[in-house]
Write a protein of this length. Structure first.
Length: 375
């Protein structure tokens, strides 16, 4: 069918809204009319080729919408269902067999190859073509996170679509599929602090603020938010941070030592900056755990002090908040409805046509979580 998509044609280039063609769903695929799609830093990392994918490409991986058609193997989702779309996983590797689907051994191919998994290999092209005059159109990179939701319609799979109640506002819950579950899941699924615990969260963007809200919901007593932007720190305080640190003014481990002598029990690093990761580990108490969430360019290294680590401290990489989206997204929606996960405070809506403006506002720090509303 004919759709409209935001297409990136070159490294670092703009998103260009243009007509495209979307193939029909096959096998376990479903076609979704996208209602809203969040923009995540990972989209920009892909635009900038942190994880190489051939151009032109259609990105977008926090889509939500209404199911229009399903492939012949789909049994649990039907046209008319409202869905939040999350990351892809193969269902066959040791991690998937163990229920740890965010650590799918094929996470990179499933989500970043620009192609589709046929059940055996990534030998199916994406379902998206650009129109070509007098010639057979060639598929471009799509199937980004098994969705490519910067478009009016997307093909995802039964596995990565989560059915939600029809009265849930899709333009609010769209980012649950990546950024929000990533931050909240790191706290609620991975670190699981006990009531009264101490936690530091570096980076007060979407992921960090989702972690702050989750830490509050988990009744942490000390929640320290760290960011260079004072406005974001003010928002972090509104959402539950009990202390804030701006590293422009203070050294992070020294400031933590003043607030929590001996260091924090938990840290969550969302910035992907090696110096901040080092600071986070340095601020841990004995047996403390630092969850690493922030994505850095492939090949980025960090140095850590070995004796410090020896005292039971650990760094744990966390993808997608260890979430199984079909379980965790409904849990987060319940928290949102109960007023314990006020995600609407992070979101600003933009029209699909304003995608480049939305990205500029996200880059400048003016907007925390831009969400595109499709026409
Ligand atoms: Zn897998
Ligand atoms: Zn993301």
């Amino acid at each position: 069918m004919n759709i409209t998509a935001a297409v990136v044609h070159e490294k670092g280039g703009p998103f260009i809204i243009e007509p495209a063609f979307l193939a029909d769903p096959v096998n376990d695929e479903i076609r979704v009319r996208i209602v809203a799609a969040g923009i995540c830093h990972t989209d920009l990392n892909s635009r900038d080729q942190f994880y190489p994918m051939p151009f032109p490409a259609v990105l977008g991986h926090e889509g939500a919408g209404i199911v229009e058609a399903v492939g012949p193997l789909v049994s649990t989702i039907k046209p008319g269902d409202h869905v939040v779309i999350s990351f892809g996983w193969c269902g066959q590797c040791p991690s998937c067999a163990d229920g740890q689907i965010s650590y799918c051994w094929h996470h990179m191919e499933m989500n970043f190859s620009g192609r589709r998994f046929s059940g055996k290999a990534w030998d199916m092209p994406s379902p998206i073509c650009l129109p070509v005059e007098n010639d057979k159109p060639e598929p471009i990179s799509g199937a980004y996170f098994c969705q490519s939701s910067f478009a009016t319609h997307a093909i995802c799979t039964e596995k990565n679509a989560v059915v939600v109640d029809r009265d849930v506002p899709l333009e609010i819950v769209a980012p649950l599929g990546c950024g929000l579950q990533t931050g909240a899941g790191a706290v609620l699924n991975t670190l699981r602090p006990k009531p009264g615990a101490s936690i530091m969260i570096t980076g007060a963007g979407t992921v960090g603020l989702a972690a702050v809200m989750a830490a509050k919901a988990a009744q942490c007593r000390i929640i320290i938010a760290v960011d260079m932007n004072d406005q974001r720190l003010a928002l972090a305080r509104k959402l539950g941070a009990t202390y804030t640190i701006n590293p422009k003014d203070e050294d992070i481990p020294a400031a933590v030592e003043k607030l929590v002598p001996g260091g924090v029990e938990f840290a969550i690093e969302t910035t992907g900056n090696p110096t901040v990761l080092r600071n986070s580990v340095d601020a841990l108490q004995v047996r403390g755990i630092c969850g690493l969430i922030g994505g850095a360019k492939l090949g980025t290294e960090v140095s850590l002090e070995m004796t410090h680590l020896l005292f039971g401290r650990a760094v744990r990489g966390i993808l997608q908040g260890d979430s199984v989206p079909k379980d965790f997204i409904p849990r987060l929606i319940k928290m949102y409805r109960d007023g314990n996960f006020p995600i609407e405070k992070l979101i600003r809506h933009y029209s699909f046509e304003s995608i480049n403006e939305a990205i500029a506002d996200m880059k400048s720090g003016e907007t925390i979580k831009p969400v595109l509303k499709m026409p």
